[in-house]
Design a protein around this ligand. Structure first.
Ligand code: C5P
Length: 300
């Protein structure tokens, strides 16, 4: 028997970042939107202990040891329920690696739900969300999907309403960016300046609830964008190419380096995709829309 779970990528439509906390994390007002780019995680009982394999164009960059969030998820759940994590975890990867789209978090949430289903632990949703929060700040959202405001370090979620579908184009960059490095650059750029408390934008939340792409475009913000651009200046060219092609908004997704372009409809998405692909400023270009559902069992 095996269990397969499908898990979405995310884009942050607002990422307000506060000053570094004593524990090194940053308080956030983080508005997540799940989008329809998915990883698929399949777990199968294994006679030779915990093992991970990965397929997909970025598979070579995925760690196959116990640092992989999918492995850590299986180990944490097994530990809580007093069993051993004897599973083969296979990841079919479509979310860019180290791209600011929660690809690693998706695999953590996916493996957790898959193992929980395989083992029939009977864990409550709250217990699963607790384990997700232990795995990483973005992991609870990968489980929940849709749209949500993340506070604290991003792990405390309040679901948000969405009144329609938002269409996006994503430009994958030629290399990854490390999330801790981007936060460190944020701290460096903020040195000697007052960093205000992160506050969720009510205008942005209203735009999501109305399904109004123009209003959303007018309110999207990402406080990590200057840090990502400082570490990866070429991203400015990608953002400019998408804007010139008619995107309503252009921003770095999370800690980057994937850039995200909000467009009005699928036709406009196709046009912006073509223009970005022709611009020579990125590695590949995808379209996806949101909200998308969170981690979902698709096969067993
Ligand atoms: O929580 P997660 O392990 O995904 O975070 C990865 C890194 O990103 C952290 O070690 C930290 O450097 C940074 N981070 C942060 N503040 C947050 C979330 C992440 O500084 N709210």
């Amino acid at each position: 028997m095996s269990v397969t779970v499908r898990v979405p990528a995310k884009v942050n439509v607002q990422l307000a970042v506060g000053a570094a906390r004593p524990d090194g994390f940053h308080d956030l007002a983080n508005v997540f939107l799940a989008v329809g780019l998915y990883d698929e995680v399949t777990v199968t009982p294994s006679a030779d202990g915990l093992r991970i394999t990965c397929e997909g164009s970025d598979a070579g960059q995925v760690p196959l040891d116990r640092t992989n969030l999918a492995a850590r998820a299986a180990l944490l759940l097994a530990d809580r329920y007093g069993r051993s994590a004897d599973v083969h975890i296979h990841i079919a990867k479509d979310i860019p690696v180290a791209g600011g789209m929660a690809g690693g978090s998706a695999d953590g949430a996916g493996a957790l739900l898959a193992c929980d289903t395989l083992w029939g632990t009977g864990a409550s949703r709250e217990e699963l969300l607790d384990i997700c929060a232990e795995l990483g700040s973005d992991v609870p959202f990968s489980l929940v999907g849709g749209a949500a405001l993340g506070t604290g370090r991003g792990e405390r979620l309040t679901p948000l309403e969405t009144g329609g579908t938002f269409h996006w184009v994503f430009a994958m960059a030629s290399r990854g960016l490390s999330t801790p490095a981007v936060f460190r650059e944020f701290d460096r750029l903020a040195e000697g300046r007052h960093v205000p408390e992160p506050v969720a934008s009510q205008e942005l939340i209203a735009a999501l609830a109305k399904g109004d792409a123009d209003a959303l475009a007018a309110t999207v913000t990402n406080d990590l964008q200057p840090a990502a651009l400082s570490l990866f200046p070429e991203l400015a060219g990608t953002l400019a190419a998408g804007r010139e092609a008619g995107a309503l908004a252009a921003l770095v997704s999370g800690s980057g380096p994937t850039t995200a372009f909000l467009v009005r409809n699928p036709e406009s998405a196709a046009a912006v995709q073509r223009a970005l692909a022709a611009s020579g400023t990125c590695r590949s270009v995808r379209t996806a829309s949101g909200p998308a559902p969170g981690a979902t069992v698709t096969g067993r």
